[in-house]
Design a binder for this molecule. Sequence first.
Ligand SMILES: Cc1cc2nc3c(=O)[nH]c(=O)nc-3n(C[C@H](O)[C@H](O)[C@H](O)COP(=O)(O)O)c2cc1C
Length: 324
Amino acid sequence: MRSIIVYYSLEGNSKMVAESLSNLLGSELLQLEPKDPYPTGRVSKFLSGKDALSHKRPELVPYEFNADEYDRIIIGTPVWAGQPAPPLNTFLTENDLKGKRTSFFACSSSGNAAKCLKKMKEMAGAEDDAPLLSIIDPYAKPSDQKIQTIQQWGIEVIGRFDSDEDWDLYDTERQPLGKTMKRGSDIPDGAYHIVVSVWMRNSEGRYLMSKRSDKKKWCPGMWETTGGAVESGETSLEGAVREVQEELGIELDPAKGRLVRSVRSDALHDFYDVWMFDVDAEPDEIRRQDEEVSDVRWMTAEEIDRLWNENKMHVLLDYYKEII
Ligand SMILES: Cc1cc2nc3c(=O)[nH]c(=O)nc-3n(C[C@H](O)[C@H](O)[C@H](O)COP(=O)(O)O)c2cc1C
C-alpha cells in the first residue's frame, strides 16, 4: 500500500498537518509551489483571496506525480476566502483522481472549511464518504487537542485502508479455495489465510526487532519482528517483502528470503510462515511507520532471550529459539 499527501501551505499550518500525517502513515509528501509565490501579510491576503474566489489556476513549479502509483491520496490546503488555495485548483485539474481513494484536510482560522472541502471533493471526483478534516491554525495556535484530532483522523484514514484489504482463503492442505474475505470479518470454518513473520539478520549476527506502537489494540509496546497478513493475490514471500517495506522502509531482495518455519493454526485460522533474510541496514536507513512501530533495534540472541524472559516479547514469537 503506497500513499501520498499532496498539499499547499503558505504559513505552515497545512504543512504541519501533512508532516504529522506522513509520520503516522508512512506516506510520501508532495508540497505544491506556485511559480509566482503568494505573498504573506494582510494587504496581499485580499488579492490572494480574490484568486481563490475566482478559482484561478496558477502555474506550479514542476512536480512529479503519477496517481496510478498510489493506493491512497490525501489532499490538504489552507482555506482562502472559503475556497481551496489556488494551487490546489491547478493540481486537481492537471491530475485525474477519479476512482482513487482520496481524503481531504483544510486548515482555516475560523473552523469554517465545509465549502472548501466540498469543492475539493467535487474537483477530485471523490467518493461521498471520503474522510474529511477541518482544523483551526494548528501551527500558529498549537494545542495537544489539535494534535490528537490530527492523529485520530489519521487513524480513521488507516481504518479505511485496512477495511479494503482482502485475504485469499485456503483449505487445511493450503490449497486455494478460490475465495477471498475482507480483513476484520469472521473466517469461515475450515478456511485459513496466510500470515508472515519476517526475521532479518545482519552480518554481525544481530536480529532486527521492532517495538509495537503503544497505540496498538493488541499487545501494545511489545517487541516483535515485522509481519502481518498476506493480501489477496500475493504469495507469502511477496507479503513478507511488502510488510517490511511498509513498516520499516527496507527493500528486501526476495531471492534472499528463506522460509524457516510454517505452521497451521486451527485456532487462529492461519498458516503462519516465518521468513529469514540476511540484510544489513543502518538504523537511520530505517523509516518507521510510527502508527505501527515505536522503536527498532538490532539485537543479539541473548538480548532477545532477555526480552522473552521479561515478558516484553510478543507471545506469538514463542518459537524464536528454533530459528535463531
Ligand atoms: C489569502 C487568505 C485567505 C484566507 N481566507 C480565510 C477564510 O476565508 N476563512 C478562514 O477561516 N481562514 C482564512 N484564512 C486563514 C487560513 O486559512 C488559515 O490561517 C490556515 O491555517 C493557513 O494555512 P497555511 O499556514 O497552511 O497557509 C485565509 C488566509 C489567507 C492567506
